[in-house]
Ligand binder design. Structure first.
Ligand code: ADP
Length: 566
């Protein structure tokens, strides 16, 4: 009982006793005395009670203040805890990684929500299972990695970066990486693991792709160089080291100018930097020097490389060693030049020889004529025959020299190319052959319209004269020649043909007939020097065209010439 209650009780008792005496003995001095005593006692006691009550109230107030403070502190603490758990929840939801927990029996008891989001899987299906119950079939759990992991779990050791395959909701195997810390209760008893997990499939696939690209770059037969913006080398592949002869240590961090030979014109480098500084690709040839000092040619393609923010961070050069092609091309050019020179010399020789040979030959012919006139009366048959052979030989030699002279002139004494209507060239050729055509009663068909090409009029007349002349000449005894000139539109060229119904040419000889002095028939049978078709080929080539023949033995031949269209 409190002091205040006790005092109030005492006042009540005194007043009750005073009241009883007053009632029982009204007006007696005792009752008056008692009443007075009661009143005094009440006042004294009341005063005492007031003092006690004040002290209790102070205590109460102090307690209240302390309580309020405690309440405020706890409320603040609750806010902090609330905010912290809210933050944890949000982090956990936003994170691509997830949290998990297992019990002392290694069975999963919890997965944070991002596990379901990332894996597209309901975690309820996995709760109560152990990691080796849920691993994808793609992975053997008796592998060394798994055995080492199970040993960690059994020994209740922390583990980091353990990777395994897990199938996602779509049945696709995902590459998972987990970390875990063992948990113990207050008494040190193991109660399970708590840890994080993440899906590293994309990262692993990227790493694999990078690995493959790296292999491709390393095995590439072309040199690959990556520099920074100062053009200092950051990477080279093995082809670069092979081509230049330098080692990796000698090139990394250095400017590729150590390859310079001073044979690449400065304008090439100017053009290269002009393109690179505006972000363009540059392609061109460089003459560089290997470590051995030997020169080599490179076909280089250099381009700026930008980062994902679009800023140029590096230059990438892809270069192939074209030294062999270069020297082959140079050798070829040398050979072509040599061939041109020797051809020119040969033509010059043919021209001079045929020109100069005609002079003594004319003397031989002239003196043979004189001798014949002077001595023919005394000739017997043999002498006449011998004389005949000599005259015939001189005549044939003259024919051959004339033809050779003509052959050597084609393309040498050139008039500028001009438009030549082929119809005109054909009719001029026919005019020269009028007698032969009339004698053989040949039927010659020429289309009304033939195209105009760019050429040398005189040479083209010669071409048709030779071809139509041959068509008339190489005709079996008694057959009436039928010669047809035609033209068809080839792709970008005109193909003109001269077709006959003559003796034809064997398949094996089709190419040979265009060679100089090539004859397929006996001189006694058909006159000729074997130069006509060689002349035709030279004329066709001089016009940028080509000539060939199609034929069937005994039935006839078709000579075709393709001329470029104007
Ligand atoms: P040539 O007529 O002076 O012998 P060519 O160079 O004109 O020389 O012809 C070479 C050879 O090609 C001829 O000897 C002949 O055997 C063959 N030839 C040319 N034209 C024809 C043709 N229209 N039909 C069959 N053979 C031909």
């Amino acid at each position: 009982m409190s002091e205040r209650a006790r005092i109030l009780g005492l006042i009540a008792v005194i007043q009750a006793v005073g009241l009883a005496v007053v009632l029982l003995l009204p007006g007696s001095p005792i009752s008056l005395g008692l009443a007075l005593l009661g009143a005094v006692a009440s006042v004294v006691l009341a005063a005492r009670c007031g003092r006690a009550e004040g002290a209790a109230l102070d205590t109460l107030r102090a307690e209240m203040t302390a309580l309020r403070k405690e309440r405020d502190r706890l409320s603040l603490l609750a806010d902090v805890v609330k905010e912290s758990s809210e933050r944890y929840r949000e982090y956990s939801e936003a994170a691509a990684d997830w949290f998990w927990e297992s019990d002392a029996d290694q069975r999963f008891t919890f997965f944070s929500s991002s596990f379901e989001t990332v894996m597209n899987i309901t975690s309820d299906d996995l709760l109560g299972k152990r990691s080796w119950d849920i691993v994808s079939e793609r992975m053997e759990i008796d592998s060394d990695q798994w055995q080492a992991h199970i040993a960690d779990l059994t020994a209740q050791r922390p583990f980091r970066d353990f990777k395994y395959w897990l199938e996602d909701g779509a049945g696709r195997a995902r590459w998972i990486k987990v970390n875990g810390l063992p948990r113990f209760d207050e008494d040190g008893v193991f109660i399970g693991y708590r840890g994080t997990g993440s899906d590293i499939t994309a990262a692993v696939e990227n790493a694999h792709r990078m690995h493959m690209l790296n292999r491709a770059v390393e095995q590439s037969p072309v040199s690959i160089v990556i520099t920074d913006l100062n053009a200092d080398i950051q990477y080279v592949n093995s082809a670069f080291l092979r081509v230049t002869g330098y080692s990796m240590d000698e090139v990394i961090g250095h400017n590729p100018r150590f390859l310079k030979s001073d044979l690449t014109p400065p304008a090439v480098f100017e053009a290269m930097w002009a393109a690179l500084t505006v972000g363009d690709k540059w392609e061109g040839e460089l003459v560089n020097r290997r470590k051995t000092g030997e020169l080599y040619w490179e076909m280089a393609s250099i381009q700026p490389i930008s980062n994902i923010e679009g800023n140029v961070t590096n230059y990438l050069a892809i270069k192939s060693d074209i030294t062999e092609q270069k020297s082959a091309a140079a050798k070829l050019a040398e050979l072509v030049e040599e061939l041109r020179r020797s051809n020119e010399e040969l033509e010059q020789f043919a021209y001079v020889a045929s020109h100069d040979l005609r002079q003594p030959l004319r003397m031989i012919s002239a003196y043979l004529g004189l001798l014949e006139r002077k001595l023919s009366a005394s000739f017997d048959q043999d002498a006449r025959d011998f004389f005949g052979f000599a005259v015939d030989g001189a005549r044939r030699l003259d024919r051959m020299i004339v033809d050779l002279l003509e052959y050597s002139r084609i393309g040498r004494i050139t008039t500028p190319m001009a438009p030549v209507p082929l119809g005109e060239a054909v009719s001029n050729a026919l005019r020269y052959l009028e007698v032969a055509i009339a004698e053989s009663k040949a039927q010659v068909l020429v289309p009304d319209i033939l195209p105009t090409i760019s050429g040398d009029g005189g040479e083209l007349v010669r071409l048709f004269q030779n071809l139509i002349g041959n068509a008339l000449k190489y005709m079996p005894e008694g057959r009436r020649p039928r010669i047809e000139v035609f033209c068809r539109d080839g792709d970008g060229e005109w193909v003109v043909g001269v077709k006959d119904n003559g003796i034809g040419i064997a398949a094996d000889d089709l190419k040979r007939v265009f060679g100089i002095f090539q004859r397929l028939v006996a001189r006694e049978q058909y006159e000729g020097t074997g130069i006509g078709l060689a002349v035709c080929r030279k004329i066709a080539e001089h016009h940028g065209g080509r000539i060939w023949v199609e034929s069937e033995c005994g039935l006839g031949s078709t000579f075709l010439i393709a001329f470029p269209k104007v």
